[in-house]
Design a protein around this ligand. Structure first.
Ligand SMILES: [Zn+2]
Length: 671
């Protein structure tokens, strides 16, 4: 039998602190529309000084504690884990064994030998031993997330210690803790959720460890229904600044049936028809069973990254069993599609390493319009899918196209103020709608380039029908039409080619990373250079030439390394000393290239090497042999090229005439 001992109210409140520490592994910051700025600040502060998301430990060491090995937290050097049997002579109870052990090893564990900075608060007994948990305190206040547990076996030997105490290197500032209501008000303002709390918020004094400095804080607890949350909010006592927001609500998985991505792609059948949303075995058989992750347990489709709460034109899916197996004729099927594909896409983004790319609850209004159109609203941050033609949300290409707009607006508020930015928005949306769905269905890879293969059957012919494609031959700027979706095909084609070169994972990562560097008025050139810079920073510029060539071939960028060398025809006479010259410039803007070595040859023989000056000019002296008859002597200037400038060469001639007949010069050049 298990036995729990937790008697006093103080002990219960300390338990909440532990729960906060545990929940920190699933922490995410709030990013409601309208509070972006403050949330961002909070999130940054959280990353800078909050608990680590996963504790990495050093290799086990022995010889520190008798009979045991220890592992350290590499970032602090403190012992975090002790494992092995260490007897505690003379102990008569588990509590006595744990206390004596802590006193004996206090210094190596980094706590006070008289145990004044830890308080036992929780003790339970299992089949094989006793488990005693201590809360670290400063001035009698709990240090948030800082506990140490001592595990004692039936022989009253300590077999394991988990040490989460922290080094506190300063005195805690004096704190009166006399403005509880102010703290709750600040927490509510920072949380900024639409509905009222489900119960009166509470606040209790605590200490926040900010890089070994103790900061007195209020720990505020707020329960909300929409969005579902059990929020722990840290508010600094001195100025009521919100330091951290954590949702410690537990989420559960559900089950559902969806298309991945749509029935045309998975079946390879281009002749499937909508038939006014009617059921058919051909369509329903294309559904697959999926897990719907981290639902909040309310029965509605809502979790950490998606909620169908904005759905207002039909009764929302509400399944207390958390099983959502609908036929495609059921309008709630589209809600399941929305939840599954948005949630999966956000998890994919996070798997690439991004913690702040649209990391929020994406609101989805499924079948919110009878039009055959879907859109993302920068005003609400929500996506609406229409029910005209094929229901938009029956095609994951369409859902994720709209999510692409939401991603960009989240990365760069106001994305797409200029026409080319709007076109990049459509192009990225098409790319994002498809990049996770290649290699699916019997007609892959041939059909991988088509966007919205199911949605398009109601308005386009074709085998298969499609809305747009990712392999357009359109060239910039002459194929621009002024319509963002059409012009977006120029951009999506570039992204698709890059994906071919570097693979989906690298392409998706560098494209998302590049968005951060753009402004609302960005154009294709900005987008292209941002991708090149992202590839340089993330992957040391691997495949950089090939990626650059994509944009050069598309007409968006010029290769600034291409050079042109010009040399002059030179009239001269036998026996004369002349100066051979060549000028090196960059083709894209005609600017001179300085400091490059130019090799001069006359009639095939190298006569010298000269370096270009600030005007790109290289000069080499040469004396015409006395016996030279009138006529041309060919000479050549060659630049071998380097990392910064491509090779080029020029051919010209010394035009040997009688001295008296020199009248002028003729120039020519070659690249
Ligand atoms: Zn769009």
């Amino acid at each position: 039998m298990m036995r729990n001992v937790r008697s006093t109210a103080i002990q219960r409140s300390i338990l909440v602190m532990v729960a906060v520490a545990l929940a920190a592994t699933a922490a995410y910051s709030v990013s409601q529309q309208g509070s972006k700025q403050s949330s961002d600040t909070i999130a940054r502060e959280y990353r800078a000084s909050g608990p680590t998301l996963s504790l990495r430990l050093s290799q086990p060491e022995s010889g520190v504690i008798t009979g045991a090995t220890v592992q350290r937290n590499p970032s602090t050097g403190r012992i975090a884990r002790v494992r092995g049997e260490t007897p505690v002579p003379g102990a008569r109870t588990p509590r006595e064994a744990a206390d004596r052990y802590l006193r004996t090893y206090a210094r190596v564990l980094g706590i006070a030998p008289n145990l004044r900075d830890v308080q036992a608060f929780f003790h339970n007994t299992s089949l094989t031993g006793d488990h005693l948990r201590y809360q670290q305190v400063v001035n009698g206040l709990p240090v948030i997330g800082a506990t140490i547990s001592v595990h004692v076996n039936k022989r009253l030997a300590v077999v394991r210690v988990n040490n989460g105490t922290v080094s506190i290197k300063a005195k805690a500032p004096a704190a009166r803790f006399d403005n509880r209501n102010g703290a709750i008000g600040a927490a509510l303002a920072a949380l900024n959720v639409p509905g009222a709390p489900m119960a009166a918020p509470t606040a209790s004094p605590a200490i926040y460890n900010d890089s070994s400095r103790p900061v007195p804080v209020w720990l505020v607890h707020i329960e909300t229904r929409e969005p579902a949350g059990s929020w722990e909010i840290l508010v600094r006592e001195s100025d009521l600044k919100v330091l951290r927001i954590v949702n410690r609500a537990r989420f559960v998985d559900g089950d559902g049936m969806v298309f991945v991505p749509n029935p045309v792609t998975t079946s390879g059948q281009a002749n499937l028809t909508d038939d006014n949303d009617a059921d058919s075995p051909a369509l329903n058989n294309e559904r697959v069973a999926v897990k719907l992750k981290d639902l909040d347990g309310s029965g509605f489709l809502q979790g950490p990254f998606c909620s169908t709460a904005p759905t207002d034109m039909q009764p929302r899916a509400n399944e207390p069993s958390l099983t959502y197996n609908y036929l495609r004729s059921d309008d709630r099927f589209e809600e399941v599609m929305c939840y599954y594909h948005i949630d999966t896409s956000q998890r994919y983004i996070q798997s690439l390493g991004f913690t702040n790319v649209n990391n929020r609850v994406q609101g989805m209004n499924a079948n919110g319009s009878t039009a055959d159109n879907a859109w993302y609203s920068p005003g609400t941050g929500n996506i609406l899918t229409g029910s005209g033609g094929v229901d938009d949300a029956e095609d994951a290409h369409v859902i994720l196209h709209e999510y692409g707009h939401s991603i960009q607006d989240n990365q760069v508020p106001g994305w797409g103020a200029a026409h080319e930015g709007g076109s990049m928005g459509e192009g990225f949306g098409d790319y994002w709608g498809v990049t996770s769905f290649t290699g699916i269905g019997p007609n892959s890879p041939a059909w991988d380039v088509y966007v919205a293969t199911w949605d398009a059957v109601s308005y386009n012919p074709g085998d298969p029908a499609y809305l747009r494609r990712l392999d357009s031959p359109k060239h910039y700027p002459e194929d621009m039409t002024g319509e963002v979706h059409a012009d977006g095909e120029i951009w999506s084609a570039c992204l698709w080619q890059i994906r071919d070169i570097v693979g989906a994972t690298r392409a998706d990562t560098m494209i998302l990373e590049s968005h951060f560097y753009l402004s609302p008025d960005a154009g294709f050139v900005d987008g292209a250079t941002a991708i090149l810079d992202a590839n340089e920073a993330l992957y040391s510029g691997a495949d950089q030439d090939a990626i650059l060539q994509v944009f050069v071939d598309r007409g968006i960028l010029v290769d600034q390394r291409i050079t042109k060398l010009s040399a002059a025809y030179l009239p001269c006479s036998a026996g004369q000393s002349v100066m051979l010259s060549a000028v090196l410039t960059r083709v894209y803007n005609g600017s001179p290239v300085e400091g490059k070595d130019i090799t001069f040859s006359v009639a095939g023989t190298v006569i010298g090497i000269a370096t270009t000056d600030a005007n790109g000019l290289a000069e080499q002296a040469y004396t015409i042999p006395l016996a030279t008859p009138p006529g041309d002597i060919p000479y050549e200037a060659v630049f071998d090229g380097d990392a910064d400038a491509n090779a080029s060469s020029a051919n010209a001639a010394l035009y040997v005439i009688k001295l008296s007949s020199i009248a002028g010069s003729v120039t020519d050049s070659g690249a």
